[in-house]
Ligand binder design. Sequence first.
Ligand code: SF4
Length: 425
Amino acid sequence: MNKYDSERIAGLLCKYKAQYEENTQNADVIVFNTCTVRESADDRLFGQLGNLRGVKEEKPDLIIAVGGCLAQSYGEKLLLKFPQIDIVFGTHNIERFPYLLKSRILTGNRVIELKNESTYDISCLPSSREKSFSAWVSIMHGCNNFCSYCIVPYVRGRQSSRPSSQIIKEVKNLVSSGVIEITLLGQNVNSYGKDLADDLNFPKLLKSLSEISGLKRIRFITSHPKDFNSETIKVVAESERLCNHFHLPLQAGSNKVLKDMNRGYKKDKYLRLTEEIYNMIPDASITTDIMVGFPTETEKDFLETLDVVEKVKFDNAFTFIYSPRPGTKAIKFNNNFSHKEKMNRFKRLVEKQTSISQMKNDRLIGKSFNVLVEDFSKKDKEMLMGRTKTNKIVNFNGDSNLIGRIVYVDIISAKAHYLIGKLKL
Ligand code: SF4
């Protein structure tokens, strides 16, 4: 979602003839589009702002703007704490950014603008996309779930789905401009449409999009086990264009912790859903998010999380240590076990998941897959990097003119987090 917004901010600036500058020393305007989902994201921004203080002193005309979730949450405090910041704008003020910038340039005054809800659909803004062949498509904004640890509903507002007709039109336009892959975005895509009268639900939206000719791949993030259902799995199973990858955040395996997190499902339901995915789509991949160190998590609760990891055999997991966020309900829970103990659980979880990821990737050696080539590999600039429909990264040798195309690749070896392949000629 953050990347999607950044592409809109960049698109707006480019509309007014701004140009990208990789080197911050040479830039006239620096925009931070922030995240605040964990404390580490806040710390990173504060560190970067500290580094820019000297640059700003040497170059007083440099304009530093801070937008996004952290800006929405901290507001005025940012201007008070960091004199080097010129503009603060919230998650609901993105379309106003060029006007705020103009105001700063013309008046020399620092500017802040924060709205509590969106009055503008930012999907209509110009976008400066990273890739010409692949695009994010936001289908909804905000979230109604109020998981007890999460700041998102407070900084992004309540759920608001975009009408399906608008989404379908946007995707058709993207396809006619050369896009072959889209990723649908929402904080909880499975509850898409629940706030709209007489519109499609999520599986029906998927089905409609899968009928758009010229579109090769459709992905979606993020699913929520509370609202994820068999109808969605069935639609994915029936369409070649819908990618057989499900990102289904588990967060915890213990019913007690899930209740304290206000997640709205139990361990059994989660296990049933993943079993259903594997039954209906045997080659599907399932990835997840898991948090350790939630304040009420005991060793017994943690072992239940490991049990789910063992049972589901995720292809990959994004693992985190709980980070207290001011304003959320969980901050009031007693956090009475040590950082050392949290680190110990985190390490055990990562070790278990890494061995499962390696085992699952090893099984793919000798098989062949369609891979959408995205770029050069980050690990080895001589190699290309692409993704299978199951969202596995594949590195292989090939010519740069393959970027943006779907090619067939034989898998010759496997690491826990990526595959190595050979282009099939
Ligand atoms: S579903 Fe829960 S974790 Fe996800 S954005 Fe909404 S409140 Fe946050």
